[in-house]
Ligand binder design. Sequence first.
Ligand SMILES: [Ca+2]
Ligand SMILES: [Ca+2]
Length: 340
Amino acid sequence: MLVAFLLSGSSIQPLAPAGGAGATGLPQLIGAALPWGLERIHAPQAWQVTTGSPEVIVAVIDSGIDWTIPELAAVRWTNPREIPGNGIDDDGNGYVDDVYGWDFRDNVPAHLRRTQLHWHGTFVAGIIAGRLSEGTAAGVAPNVRIMDVRFLDSRGLFTTKDWDRLAAAIRYAVDNGARIINLSLYAKGTPPAVVEGALAYAASRGAIVVGIAGNEARAEVLYPGRYSTVLAASATDAADALASFSSWGPEVAVAAPGHEVVSLLPGGRVATNSGTSFAAPHVSGTLALILSANPALSAEEAARILLATSSPLTPTPDPRFGAGLVNAGRGVAAAAGIAR
Ligand SMILES: [Ca+2]
Ligand SMILES: [Ca+2]
């Protein structure tokens, strides 16, 4: 039985091939304007301090990532203690030849996946750390590293049989150095204790888990975003209104752009898509910049800075937006200003 959905139901709207020479659309996109979401969260202001440190690893537990895209290849995490292709678990972490992460769907190293990728994970990774050609950043934190932890199937879905798989994926990300885990997925139901246990483990090891409110357009934050161990994001549009599809509730930590977000599809095309799935990577990228600006920060300190520097969208506390719209510029400035 399918229990989980992560697509907003909106259609993909291709703009142009990334790196296409002389084509309409993309050159204007590169030259004239960054993706609106990056402008809205003040990423360019943050980049005056840092565009991200390669020491900061963000795990993308999703549908897998197309690493043939040059704009993403530069930010792929490599396991430094694993020798590729020798059939030996060199680092003794329980996974043989996991040089670029692990595919928990096919149970193989991430780069040896056996089934077709759904586009979702590539799109998420692009928002966190993608680059457009000519060195222009398309993601929030284009110099951090992305760990590819595949969990969702080729349709972008998972089932009730997969909860153990999700728990293992979370633990893998934590044990292999991820400081941030992006979970752009949700379920219409309560996960078993094994998932809550893995999230508690992540918290105990100083990994920050970013999740989503869900795309059900009502006052109920869905799991796993509903857990107190997850920073759940709601989705806003270019006018800072709550996106029509976004769920909300007291468990929302922050809001971030999620309506018609610009990022990469497998193969490298640039497109827009909508969903709370695409709000979360704006949050993950901002946290990655905060930790890049000050690597000594604990997870709690980084999360506190994220919340304290977000821009309130209403005069009073609002379950639609949590602490407000994430503000990478203010977040990085605050992080860099803390001497430790
Ligand atoms: Ca290994
Ligand atoms: Ca090996």
